[in-house]
Design a protein around this ligand. Structure first.
Ligand code: NAD
Length: 505
């Protein structure tokens, strides 16, 4: 049998033992086929700089995980566990993640390329908060009694859906896992979660904590593997009751077509091309600060990134001047571990090439390149997938850099003159995830919040994300909601019970 751990030392000196197996039934196991996948450090890679090799699941492993998750769903150790005990168990799980936050931040920074500081101060705080938040919900879901006639007693039962397959992307590896696990567990489902093949490591350490927290065997199972094999096998499986997916709209389309054959319950969180509108009356320093933060942080690999900025014409030139200055002073590109780094490398070569290709497309389409537009060499070895923060101005809605999600540190800027024109530009997209508006006119802010086609609107800020507040998109950005109370809807179903009280009347 292969050894299912490897001893690693990260570039920041953190040493730990990385599990490498599939996590099924609270044990790390080998894949039946012996398939593996390797993960690299994107700051060092241009020739393979492997961090670790982990087991990859094929259809046989998926079969085994589904069997185990189905059994766990019916097992009294989970099914009969009181809602309050389930909540306590989740709360313990959150505490264990918090205790290991430096380790998790190290792993995600190493595997993904995000800065260690961002992982520690953003991703890990969020991951812990989400599990803790949903631990509180476990015993606070209430059913209804419904008044009908004196001869009938009617009530509802909110019940878990069953075995849920969760498929997550690489941009926030651990945080995305917790967004999915929190509400699923609070509602009493069992889970098979698949991480993205680019970032398979932190979720396996989470597996160790699942066991340590006392989660019954088979309630959470973790499979790494390629989307086209492991992901498809999960989506196709007739005994998987629900698919919860976060990733690209293209993959969501393919998942939906497969799911239609078994009519599974489905939640989709896809990408976006979120607009940010700046009106002449806005606090310009604030608008510039947020505009920069929300396209350039996390290497621009944020589904809600405000990648289209619309500026009212009378402040257009001044905004551009300040925006370019901010990029120069704040957007330091460097390795994940350097304290001065604001932006690390893109996650892997495909994404690096894709961003550079879009930059070429922008130039060919006639957009004006105000800053960046090229790869960056960090250190003396010239390795790593680093891209300069890039600003295109005078972008028009017909351009591909305006319409298509780039998922990198590239922003498309244009001008508008009236509120009507701003709204038309903002809504000129197949996506509808987030939208930001900067204005001191409160009436206008509320008007825009109503009219803009997005699942979330930020007024005088951008990207606010809070476990207590729902998250999700409209149009091609998604179906269903995560986080907040609304997140519970995705993992539970309501049953109606009619009791005949009239036989003796
Ligand atoms: P992706 O769609 O390629 O992959 C996402 C996940 O789906 C991975 O785990 C992958 O292995 C799996 N997958 C790929 N093909 C599959 C298939 N045919 N069947 C089943 N599973 C499959 O996306 P990505 O490139 O990894 O992530 C970037 C995208 O995710 C961006 O478009 C981004 O906007 C989106 N995203 C959205 C949110 C959100 O909450 N709305 C959050 C993060 C990322």
């Amino acid at each position: 049998m292969a050894r299912l751990t490897v001893d690693l030392e990260a570039p920041n000196g953190v040493k730990y033992t990385q599990p490498t197996g599939l996590f099924i039934g609270n044990d790390f196991v080998e894949s039946k086929s012996g398939k593996t996948l390797t993960t690299i450090d994107p700051a060092l890679d241009k020739i393979e700089e492997v961090i670790a090799t982990v087991q990859a699941a094929d259809a046989d492993d998926v079969e085994q995980a589904v069997k185990v998750a189905r059994a766990a769903f019916k097992d009294p150790s989970w099914k009969q566990l009181s809602a309050s005990d389930r909540g306590r168990l989740m709360s313990r799980f959150a505490d264990l993640i918090e205790e290991k936050r430096e380790l998790f931040a190290t792993i995600d920074a190493w595997d993904n390329g995000k800065t260690y500081q961002e992982a520690l101060e953003n991703d890990l705080v969020e991951a812990v908060c989400v599990i803790r938040y949903y631990s509180g919900w476990a015993d606070k879901t209430f059913d209804q009694t419904i008044s009908t006639t004196p001869k009938k007693f009617a009530y509802t039962l909110r019940q878990p859906i069953g075995v849920v397959a969760q498929i997550i992307p690489w941009n926030y590896p651990l945080a995305m896992a917790t967004w999915k696990l929190g509400p699923a567990l609070a509602c009493g489902n069992t889970v098979i979660i698949k991480a993205a093949e680019q970032t398979p490591l932190s979720i396996l350490v989470l597996g160790q904590l699942i066991k340590e927290a006392g989660v019954p065997s088979g309630v959470i199972n973790i499979l790494n593997g390629p989307g086209k094999e492991t992901g498809v096998a999960l989506v196709q499986h007739r005994f998987v009751d629900k698919i919860a997916f976060t990733g690209s709209a293209a993959t969501a389309t393919s998942i939906m077509s497969i799911v239609s054959k078994t009519l599974k319950n489905i939640t989709l969180e896809n990408g976006g091309k979120s607009p940010l509108l700046v009106f002449a009356d806005a606090d310009l320093d604030e608008a510039v600060k947020w505009s920069h933060l929300e396209i350039m942080s996390n290497q621009g690999q944020i589904c809600t990134a405000t990648s289209r900025i619309m500026i009212q014409d009378c402040i257009y030139d001044e905004f551009l001047r300040r925006f370019r200055d901010t990029i120069k002073t704040v957007s330091c590109v460097g390795k994940q571990w350097d304290k001065e780094s604001y932006q690390g490398p893109q996650v892997y070569k495909v994404q690096f090439d894709r961003v550079l290709e879009y930059i070429e497309i922008g130039k060919e389409e006639g957009a004006v390149l105000l800053a960046g537009g090229h790869p960056v060499t960090v250190g003396d070895r010239g390795k790593g997938f680093f891209v300069a923060p890039t600003i295109f101005t005078d972008v028009t809605p017909s351009m591909r850099i305006w319409r298509e999600e780039i998922f990198g540190p590239v922003v498309a800027i244009c001008r508008f003159s009236t509120e009507k024109e701003a709204l038309e530009l903002a809504n000129h997209t197949t996506y509808g995830l987030g939208a930001a508006v900067f204005t001191k006119d409160l009436e206008r802010a509320h008007r825009i919040a109503v009219e803009i086609e997005a699942g979330m609107v930020w007024v005088n800020s951008s990207q606010d994300c809070d476990p207590r507040i729902l998250f999700g998109g409209v149009k091609q950005s998604g179906i269903g909601r995560e986080l907040g109370e609304a997140g519970l809807e995705a993992y539970s179903q309501i049953k109606a019970v009619h009791v005949n009280m009239g036989n003796r009347l």
